[in-house]
Design a protein around this ligand. Structure first.
Ligand code: HEC
Ligand code: HEC
Ligand code: HEC
Ligand code: HEC
Length: 342
């Protein structure tokens, strides 16, 4: 038989309470900062952990810009034999753009990542053919997609960060092979995939929403009764899968864009939800018109398991930051990439 005197009992009680207190208050260190994003009292706050945010800041340092090149003198198109996109630049600006592209995409490999020896006009490496299309894509984003990227814009570095293949891409994902019969289909879910924050939500929302023939993201009915809304709970799960991706890509909560009182209401949403709306359209445009068609040029080893090109989602540019590179504009130092030539 165990005997406890009064002192021991009180002591034990205090220890248990203290333990509980520690467990309940110190799950995160240091205490997260709450930043108000919407009207007072709507709970539209962002929680930032200063320690984790330091890591995001360290990963988003912009490389020092190269010294500007003179814009005067003969055009690159007059001097060189095979410049189809950059022909309107001066010879100096072309050289500077080449040095910058090398640092942004292939710093280990150098000029020969895209060029064969000293014959710079030669197009036999696929990397050069892809890069020409990427140049057109960057100019298109900066001139035609300002509803999303504003004047901040993008360069190759926004996605590539010094690597030939960007670290964050997606490709079609049919999931693992499954037995036939009653369990033949898992409806694209229940795999605890990191893409959707380790939840059981559908693990390939990208093929459904960010590629050709995109499905409806909005699923909520606008009338009190079912009315004409035929969206199912299953479809709603796909929308939630995509929304998990948005939050992860930007390193934010749902309330960065929504008032969780009514996810569908635009009046109660943050203006950032409108910027995201344009971002969704931009990503579809990039995948359908630029990156997807490169499937025929890019070698199989650099494509997805299903053979499609690796494509763009929100993480490709944002990489965990609410704005890519925390809002710094590299385009200001490389205005040659702001729009296509005349
Ligand atoms: C990531 C790929 C890539 C890298 C790395 C690269 N280039 Fe280029 N280069 C291109 C592309 C694409 C073109 C064609 C641009 C166009 O069609 O407007 C080109 C064109 C050129 C041309 C014009 C050749 C001609 O006669 O038509 C020169 C010169 C050139 N590059 C020099 C360089 C130098 C020097 C380096 C290294 C400092 C370099 N490039 C690194 C992709 C690259
Ligand atoms: C919006 C994001 C984005 C931007 C901006 C971007 N790229 Fe890419 N790039 C991609 C994606 C995604 C792939 C992967 C395609 C694949 O491998 O299937 C890729 C692939 C490439 C490849 C082929 C890599 C390989 O070995 O398979 C080259 C070369 C390249 N990009 C050069 C450039 C250059 C040069 C620029 C700037 C003019 C640029 N990219 C800007 C997204 C981007
Ligand atoms: C970066 C902004 C952003 C974030 C973060 C975000 N959403 Fe969304 N959400 C949108 C946009 C934009 C739409 C509308 C898309 C469209 O119409 O193409 C939307 C649509 C929705 C819808 C469908 C509403 C309807 O009318 O049927 C739901 C539900 C939703 N979001 C839930 C969430 C949840 C839950 C989270 C957090 C896990 C989240 N969202 C995070 C931007 C965001
Ligand atoms: C091609 C690169 C690129 C891609 C891909 C991209 N974004 Fe952005 N996004 C940007 C840039 C650049 C800005 C900063 C714009 C500015 O400074 O005005 C931005 C800003 C935003 C903002 C506004 C943030 C703020 O604080 O004002 C939201 C919200 C956003 N993006 C959501 C998304 C979502 C959701 C996706 C995927 C559907 C996406 N983005 C894909 C480049 C991109």
């Amino acid at each position: 038989m165990i005997r406890l005197n009064l002192g021991t009992t009180i002591g034990l009680g205090v220890a248990v309470l203290a333990g509980l207190g520690v467990a309940l208050t110190t799950f995160e260190r240091p205490r997260p900062l709450a930043v108000q994003q919407g009207f007072r009292g709507t709970g539209m706050d962002q929680l930032y952990n200063p320690r984790l945010f330091d890591a995001v800041a360290a990963a988003n340092v912009v490389p020092t810009p190269l010294p500007a090149a003179p814009a005067t003198g003969p055009r690159a198109g007059q001097v060189y034999r095979n410049v189809q996109v950059l022909g309107h630049l001066s010879v100096g600006e072309l050289a500077r753009t080449m040095v910058a592209m090398t640092a942004w995409v292939a710093p280990q490999q150098g000029c020969n990542y895209c060029h064969v020896g000293a014959n710079f006009a030669d197009d036999s490496l696929y990397t050069k053919v892809v890069s020409r299309r990427m140049l057109q894509m960057v100019m298109h984003i900066n001139s035609e997609q300002q509803a999303h990227v504003g004047a901040t814009g993008v360069t190759c570095y926004t996605c590539h960060r010094g690597q030939p293949v960007p670290a964050n891409t997606w490709s079609e994902n049919p999931g693992p092979m499954r037995a036939a019969g009653f369990s033949a289909s898992n409806a694209g879910q229940n795999l605890a995939d990191p893409v959707v924050g380790g939840t059981s939500l559908p693990f390939d929302p990208f093929s459904a929403f960010l590629n050709t023939a995109p499905a409806d993201i909005r699923v909520q009915g606008q009338a009190p009764l079912a009315g004409g809304n035929s969206h199912s709970i299953k479809q709603t799960e796909w929308t939630y899968g995509l929304m998990m991706h948005f939050s992860q890509a930007l390193g934010v909560n749902c309330t960065f864009c929504h008032n969780s009182r009514s996810f569908s209401s635009w009046e109660e949403s943050n203006p950032r939800r409108g910027i995201a709306w344009h971002g969704i359209r931009m990503v579809r445009d990039l995948n359908v018109n630029y990156v997807g068609p490169l499937q025929s040029v890019i070698p199989a080893a650099h494509r997805g398991p299903g053979g499609d090109a690796l494509k763009v989602n929100c993480t490709t540019c944002h990489q965990g930051a609410y704005r890519p590179l925390l809002g710094a504009s590299m385009l200001q130092d490389y205005p040659q990439l702001a729009r296509p030539g005349p």
